[in-house]
Write a protein that binds this ligand. Structure first.
Ligand SMILES: Cc1cc2nc3c(=O)[nH]c(=O)nc-3n(C[C@H](O)[C@H](O)[C@H](O)COP(=O)(O)O)c2cc1C
Length: 329
């Protein structure tokens, strides 16, 4: 009987399938259902850095009104009224944690290391098991040749690990000038895991109305290839766990990511498209494949197809289609 359990950022998981941060993980009710359907852990819908900072400003505003601070201290802030998003989110985290047995990983979407990192302590106080940070700035500084977004990741990790002991993971994109170096460097920080990769919202527009809209919101299975390449290249080269994300739609894709070296996989689009029963279908495929190949545990085959272990390491660095096109003529 195959044992599907694994560990991830210091947590024990009953299998490698995590439901990634999205509208699927935005309510206690949905999280309970996802646990029933077999998910091993949940990354909750993200709270945004801006929301945390706005709440801090609101608090300052109240303090200002009570004469607690000088007006100059707060002149920088915009005092627009906002919903109580932050306290609702904290309540949602603690309610989720109480309602299921599987680990709950909170999520924050952020772009800077300023003004919000102390808030992590309040997330930790809800009892959740970990924190995933979705950090990204599109690299569009046209004037500074040395401009690098990379430092902000390390600054954030440093600040957060000073105020909180929550296991931390970083969900990153692939727009980094030396991606391999960046991932390796990041893995040597106190982060416990790196999620490869976030999938971005992309703008599109209508050629008739010239109105903007969104490009495809959900991924397709072909998008998993980029994740597979980088998980395979980085596995055994990093000092933390890797979680594969983007384009993982079926059991075969899960098996591939584990063979490449991932500790866990994260699902989003496939659940939007196929419903939550897809989790069980994918787990059955993984278990069947392990039984057919006489694997008792995931560790027996994890990373077998990573770049450092495979018989053909060069394949992961091949990027041109030259031979394929010649053969077609
Ligand atoms: C509707 C929707 C909402 C999402 N919301 C978040 C979010 O709040 N925070 C986050 O880190 N990622 C968010 N994501 C990204 C997903 O967590 C995931 O990284 C991405 O969709 C790639 O995985 P997939 O190919 O399985 O869809 C969202 C994705 C979708 C489609």
């Amino acid at each position: 009987m195959a044992n599907l359990s694994t560990t991830y950022m210091g947590l024990k998981l009953k299998n490698p399938i995590i439901v990634s941060s999205s509208g699927l993980t935005n309510s206690v009710k949905d999280i309970i259902t996802l646990e029933e359907k077999g998910a091993a852990a949940i990354v909750t819908k993200s709270l945004f850095e801006e929301e945390i900072i706005l709440e801090t400003e609101e608090n300052l505003n109240k303090m200002h009104a009570s004469g607690f601070v000088y007006p100059e201290t707060t002149e920088y802030f915009d005092f627009d009224r906002m919903e109580d998003t932050v306290s609702n989110y904290l309540k949602f985290l603690s309610d989720s944690k109480k309602s299921v047995k599987i680990p709950i990983i909170a999520s924050i979407n952020c772009v800077t290391a300023e003004g919000w990192t102390d808030f992590t302590k309040r997330i930790e106080d809800t009892g959740v098991d970990g924190l995933e940070l979705n950090v990204f700035n599109l690299p569009v500084n046209f004037n500074d040749p040395n401009s690098s977004n990379d430092k902000v990741y390390l600054d954030i990790v440093e600040k957060i690990t000073k105020v909180s002991k929550l296991p931390l993971s970083l969900k990153i994109g692939f727009y980094h000038s030396n991606l391999g170096y960046f991932i390796k460097h990041l893995s040597q920080s106190p982060t416990k895991a790196i999620v490869l990769f976030n999938r971005f919202y992309n703008p599109d527009f209508d050629i008739h109305t010239l109105h903007f809209n969104s490009s495809y919101v959900l991924s397709n299975p072909a998008e998993g290839a980029n994740t597979l390449r980088w998980v395979a290249i980085m596995a055994n080269r990093v000092s933390c766990d890797l979680s594969a994300s983007t384009g993982i739609h079926d059991g075969t894709a899960v098996i591939k990511q584990l063979l490449a070296g991932a500790k866990t996989v994260q699902l989003c689009s496939t659940l939007y498209k196929n419903g939550n029963d897809q989790i069980g279908i994918m787990l059955n495929e993984l278990e069947k494949w392990m039984n057919e190949n006489d694997y008792n545990t995931i560790d027996e085959f994890r990373g077998k197809m990573s770049q450092s272990k495979t018989f053909d390491p060069k394949v992961f660095e091949r990027v041109q289609f030259m031979k394929y096109l010649r053969n077609r003529d």
